[in-house]
Design a protein around this ligand. Structure first.
Ligand SMILES: NC(=O)c1ccc[n+]([C@@H]2O[C@H](COP(=O)([O-])OP(=O)(O)OC[C@H]3O[C@@H](n4cnc5c(N)ncnc54)[C@H](O)[C@@H]3O)[C@@H](O)[C@H]2O)c1
Length: 241
């Protein structure tokens, strides 16, 4: 699965799933742009990727801010002139019963998990459309496929992401751009929603999600993933798209 010569952009690539995805795509030969908040963490991630021989661009970016996203994508265009894989991973989890969910929590979850993905997709697509090729992978959650008591705002954001990306998949077919969505659950990272002995026993590692993303990104352009495969929740991952 060689991605030699290709360019991948990963939002939220400074830790957790995003960093593991950057490592996997970079190890397969891609040049990687990681966009995230938090300069120090981003610098550590960039140093770690570079130490593996990966050509990396780390850019402090707020994906909820259109100007910040547009500038990051412009920097990728300027440095490498192409974009082959876009991984919409930046996201966070907060949970509360609906009556206790604050407006600030709603705005955070919908802003980062949904609007952030939209703004990044909108900024990055022209680079792929110009080349008539590329792949987009969204990192959703099992909460994007089922209702979740105590997690309604998060589920709403991830269902929204599903609507955005399933629409994109149809809209972009004629551009040769394949769109997939991964639905992880309970992965061992800072963003994990559950932290109980049961959760820790059943979880997967970010590298498992990264391997799935690598598979989706590196499949030949004519291959689509039309079927729905949703693993049982305990298995930790589902793929649709
Ligand atoms: N960890 C899990 O168990 C799990 C399960 C299901 C889905 N997910 C999804 O996977 C994705 C990654 O989760 P994680 O556990 O690695 O999260 P994490 O909290 O470890 O990392 C989040 C990343 O997003 C970045 N980020 C946060 N706000 C940002 C902003 N405004 N602009 C740009 N970047 C920003 C952070 O800098 C960081 O790099 C999320 O979308 C999450 O919803 C995770």
């Amino acid at each position: 699965m060689s991605l030699a010569g290709q360019v991948a952009l990963i939002t939220g690539g400074s830790r957790g799933l995003g960093l593991a995805i950057a490592e996997a795509l970079g190890a397969a030969g891609a040049r990687v742009a990681v966009l995230a908040k938090g300069r120090e963490e981003l610098d550590r991630a960039a140093a770690s990727l570079a130490s593996r021989g990966i050509d990396v661009m780390a850019r402090s970016t707020d994906v909820t801010d259109a100007a910040s996203v547009d500038a990051a994508v412009a920097a990728v265009r300027e440095r490498w002139g192409r974009l082959d894989a876009l991984v919409l991973n930046a996201g966070t989890w907060q949970g509360a019963p609906i009556v206790n969910t604050t407006e600030a929590q709603w705005d955070l979850l919908l802003g980062l998990n949904l609007k952030g993905a939209f703004l990044t997709l909108r900024a990055a697509l022209p680079l792929m459309q110009a080349a008539k090729r590329g792949t987009v992978v969204g990192i959703s959650s099992i909460g994007g496929l089922t209702g979740q008591p105590g997690s309604a705002a998060y589920a709403a954001s991830k269902w929204g992401l599903r609507g955005l990306l399933e629409s994109a998949a149809l809209e972009l077919q004629t551009d040769g751009i394949r769109v997939s969505v991964v639905y992880p659950h309970n992965i061992n990272s800072a963003g994990r929603a559950l932290d109980s002995p049961e959760a820790r026993r059943s979880n997967l590692d970010p590298a498992d999600i990264a391997a799935t993303v690598l598979h989706l990104v590196s499949a030949p352009a004519h291959v689509s993933f039309p079927h729905v495969d949703v693993w049982p929740i305990a298995a930790g991952i589902g793929v649709r798209g």
